[in-house]
Design a protein around this ligand. Structure first.
Ligand code: ATP
Ligand code: MG
Length: 300
């Protein structure tokens, strides 16, 4: 009886010890998560929960928690980068306007001179407003806030209209602008937004192709909808730049001499994305570039 009592006490003591040990082990993982959350709250966004590699629930929680932290950090980084870029790109036109006005004030002058200055300030303001509106359009399209005015329309006709609009620019630059489209090609989409996509791609093709080059604009049906292509025999995009051309404000070094704010391709990508389509680019430096847009049919 006495032996039985001692054994029972031993088992009870052992169970308490094992229970305490297991609870401590489990809680130590939870405590790691708590500590990491506290250091992130203090601003250490790079903190991560140590993963022990045991594969138990707490370890899986740590992996999931770290994954979520990685995503949040990436979004924060990209927001910081966008804010920096916006600040940088808005500063230049504002500094220019201030400079123009300051010089006019300092030197004085006749009414005609003041008129020229005011004209230049209005021009800069228009550029600035254009940039801000484009940034808003991109954000709205990317976040899904933008309302698409869907209608069934002839995309071949729309492409032809854009082609005709740009023909004088091509002629002025001595570029052979070609078009390859069927008589008609119907698609459901937002005609104005898709017009801006084609116009931006064509504007780039003409801007980054030298005299006597060729630019070709084509539209054709494919298995899922419509495929648009804008190809040129221009300066091309280097391998280093290629992954970044759709980023907001990204401009390759060789294009700095041309006017632009580096928003055209971001806008095109956001509008195509809002239609459920995709946009890609193939390019060879010095030989040319091709942008390919695919748009799904029966988009609702
Ligand atoms: P914006 O379109 O805002 O007037 P942008 O033309 O410089 O300015 P994007 O259209 O976004 O900006 O293009 C980004 C960059 O990609 C350009 O600055 C240019 O360096 C490169 N790029 C785009 N299209 C072409 C092309 N067809 N050939 C060569 N480089 C191109
Ligand atoms: Mg452009």
């Amino acid at each position: 009886m006495r032996f039985f009592g001692v054994s029972l006490a031993g088992v009870a003591f052992g169970s308490i010890f094992v229970g305490w040990f297991l609870a401590r082990r489990a809680l130590s993982g939870v405590d790691d998560v708590r500590q990491t959350a506290q250091s992130i709250a203090k601003g250490a966004f790079e903190s991560r929960v140590p993963v022990k590699g045991t594969g138990d629930e707490v370890d899986q929680l740590a992996v999931a928690f770290n994954g979520m932290l990685g995503q949040i950090e990436a979004v924060l980084c990209s927001m910081r980068e966008i804010t920096d870029n916006i600040a940088h790109d808005l500063r230049s036109p504002i500094t220019r306007m201030r400079g123009i006005a300051e010089v006019a004030l300092a030197t004085g002058g006749c009414v005609e001179e003041y008129e020229t200055v005011v004209g230049r300030v209005v021009e800069e303001c228009d550029r600035l407003l254009g940039m801000i509106n484009t940034m808003l359009d991109i954000s709205e399209a990317e976040t899904g806030v933008a309302k698409l005015n869907l209608e069934r329309f002839d995309i071949a006709k729309m492409v032809r209209d854009v082609y005709e609009l740009f023909q004088p620019v091509a002629e002025e630059k001595a570029i052979d602008l070609r078009i390859d489209i069927p008589d008609s090609l119907f698609l459901v989409g937002d005609i104005r937004k898709l017009q801006r996509v084609v116009a931006n791609l064509l504007d780039n093709a003409l801007k980054y192709t030298k005299a006597h080059g060729t630019v070709c604009l084509s539209a054709a049906p494919n298995s899922t909808g419509v495929m648009l292509k804008v190809s040129d025999t221009g300066i091309g995009i280097s391998e280093k730049d290629l992954p970044h051309v759709f980023d907001r404000f990204y401009r390759c070094d060789h294009s700095r001499s041309e006017q632009g704010s580096g928003l055209g391709l971001s806008l095109a990508k956001a509008f195509v994305g809002a239609h459920g389509g995709s946009i890609s680019v193939i390019s060879t430096t010095g030989a040319g570039t091709e942008f390919i847009v695919t748009l799904p049919d029966k988009f609702h």
